[in-house]
Design a protein around this ligand. Structure first.
Ligand SMILES: Nc1ncnc2c1ncn2[C@@H]1O[C@H](COP(=O)(O)OP(=O)(O)OP(=O)(O)O)[C@@H](O)[C@H]1O
Length: 265
């Protein structure tokens, strides 16, 4: 990775599927080390945008540069994108130990017991344990996945993604389904994670403004396949914009703990 070259840069990019214009005229770039929140109503195009940006879907208009170039080794680029989605969890064995799951990220696999899969080395396991310690996940190593809390599961999936030395991490609604306590513990962990200069760029996809912790200095808001606003989080997230995008009245936005809390209604 070249430090001052954006990981990706979309210049007027669009994506059309049959007759449906799913993304239109997107201008956005991600610089190494930046952390962005991505917000927007259901169906506004967040997932498609990230899939296009990260090279999983090819744009149908405009220009997308990755690592400063239009044509790159997409397989290599994708291997440096750490996707963390709760749906991955259903593909893992509940009996697998957390350290095994994390280690599997080193060899580009999801879990360790699939037929015909590579076996990691002792060094791979040691690297996984060291990373888990560095990320504040010590104590989880030997636990079977099936007993982990929702927040711990997310931590393990983030650690697994980190094992591939990614340029960016995509956290796709990591707090979905968490109770308030689990959510606050996970967000405190995430906040300290992104405060570390060792952490790569993080994209946090969420529906909840209050989950945007300090450290996500920028936010992009999607609406109907277009960028409704993008820039410094505090500037972007106004009552006017949120009320318009979610088509719901909003009384005000309160600030607490460095986070913004919309009061809807
Ligand atoms: N392969 C496809 N074919 C047709 N329409 C699609 C396809 N993929 C996505 N769409 C449509 O594009 C729009 C954007 O979908 P996308 O999943 O990117 O939105 P999202 O903002 O991530 O939604 P959510 O918050 O519900 O996950 C939706 O209307 C969806 O139905």
């Amino acid at each position: 990775m070249i430090d001052d070259v954006p990981i990706f840069e979309l210049r007027g990019a669009g994506y059309q599927q049959d007759d449906a214009l799913i993304l239109q005229d997107i201008h956005w770039s991600l610089t190494p080390g930046q952390h962005w929140a991505v917000l927007g109503p259901n169906g506004s195009g967040k997932t498609t945008l990230l899939r296009v940006a990260c090279g999983y879907q090819w744009h149908t208009s405009g220009t997308v540069l990755r690592q400063g170039r239009e044509l790159i080794d997409l397989a290599e680029f994708r291997s440096r994108t750490g996707w963390v989605a709760s749906t991955l969890f259903s593909q893992l064995r509940p009996a697998e130990k957390a350290v095994e799951t994390v280690t599997s990220g080193r060899i580009g696999q999801l879990g360790l017991r699939g037929v015909g899969q590579r076996r990691p080395t002792a060094g791979d396991f040691e690297a996984a344990r060291a990373l888990m310690r560095a990320m504040g996940c010590q104590g989880l190593e030997e636990k079977p996945l099936g007993v982990l809390s929702q927040g711990e599961r997310q931590q393990v999936l983030v650690a697994r993604a980190r094992m591939a030395d990614p340029w960016l991490l995509v956290l796709d609604e990591p707090c979905a389904g968490m109770d308030p306590g689990a959510r606050e513990r996970f967000l405190a962990w995430l906040r300290s994670l992104i405060a570390s200069p060792q952490t790569p760029a993080v994209l946090l996809v969420t529906h909840h403004v209050e989950e945007i912790t300090p450290g996500f200095e920028n936010t992009l808001v999607m609406a109907e396949g277009r960028v409704a606003a993008a820039g410094p989080t505090a500037d972007v997230l106004t009552p006017e914009l949120l009320g318009r995008v979610y088509a719901t009245p909003i009384k005000r936005i309160e600030r607490s703990g460095g986070r913004l809390w919309p009061i809807w209604g």
